[in-house]
Design a protein around this ligand. Structure first.
Ligand code: HEC
Length: 202
């Protein structure tokens, strides 16, 4: 069987594909080399896991008491429930301790898994005071700066990206019914803004 040679158009297409591939490989090599030699990290990590001694002990209890079967922390665990990464920038240690002891009253609303038996995480409230204290210390140290993917708040200052997304996807009427949390600037870093970024206007 005679070998068919490529048609002109096919040659051009293959040529373009190869150029793209080579450009991608070169680009990747340059990015990696810049990243290795840069003095400051190119992509600053905004989610912090700096643990105290208590926090470290709490993290062991956290894993031992099966919290990771429903939660994510230190980027480990499951995505089935709430991710706790960044929660330390949203809730205080006292709030967390109180929630673990008495979930429903702390939420002031019905809960799904924490709370009284037969809810699945009812056992959490029955852990010893010491264990709860250490777990609360641990999760209160899971910090996320504003603007990180696990932070409850967007980055400080104007963001053309967020403006364009809101402009493209939110109906014009959203401003009548919801408050833009970017207008309320939290300078403390700790805030009581709920994790779903839009709040009903009072
Ligand atoms: C069976 C699943 C399950 C297990 C196990 C579980 N949780 Fe939860 N957790 C949830 C759910 C669901 C919520 C949301 C509140 C609710 O509806 O119960 C929650 C909420 C929380 C919150 C509050 C988060 C917030 O800001 O609202 C904390 C803190 C928390 N869990 C910590 C823990 C710890 C610590 C453990 C282990 C000792 C644990 N959870 C075990 C399912 C679970």
């Amino acid at each position: 069987m005679a070998k068919q040679s490529l048609k002109q158009g096919e040659k051009v297409l293959f040529g373009i594909a190869i150029i793209f591939l080579v450009a991608a490989v070169i680009g990747y090599a340059i990015l990696e080399s810049v990243r290795h030699h840069a003095e400051k990290p190119l992509f600053a990590s905004k989610t912090h896991f700096d643990m105290s001694d208590e926090g470290l002990r709490g993290s062991e209890i956290f894993r031992g008491e099966r919290c990771t079967s429903c939660h994510r922390a230190l980027r480990n665990g499951t995505n089935m429930g709430l991710s706790l990464d960044g929660i330390g920038s949203k809730r205080s240690k006292e709030w967390l301790e109180q929630f673990l002891h008495d979930p429903e009253n702390t939420y002031g609303a019905a809960t799904l898994d924490h709370g009284y038996a037969p809810k699945e995480a009812a056992y959490v409230a029955n852990l010893s005071d010491e264990k709860i204290r250490l777990i609360a210390a641990f999760i209160s140290e899971l910090k996320a700066e504003r603007g990180s993917s696990s932070a409850p708040e967007p980055p400080k200052g104007p963001s053309p990206f967020i403006d364009s997304m809101v402009g493209a996807f939110a109906p014009d009427s959203w401003h009548d019914r919801f408050q833009d949390i970017r207008e309320k600037d939290a300078n403390t870093g700790v805030s009581d803004v709920p994790s779903n970024d839009m709040r009903k206007k009072p």
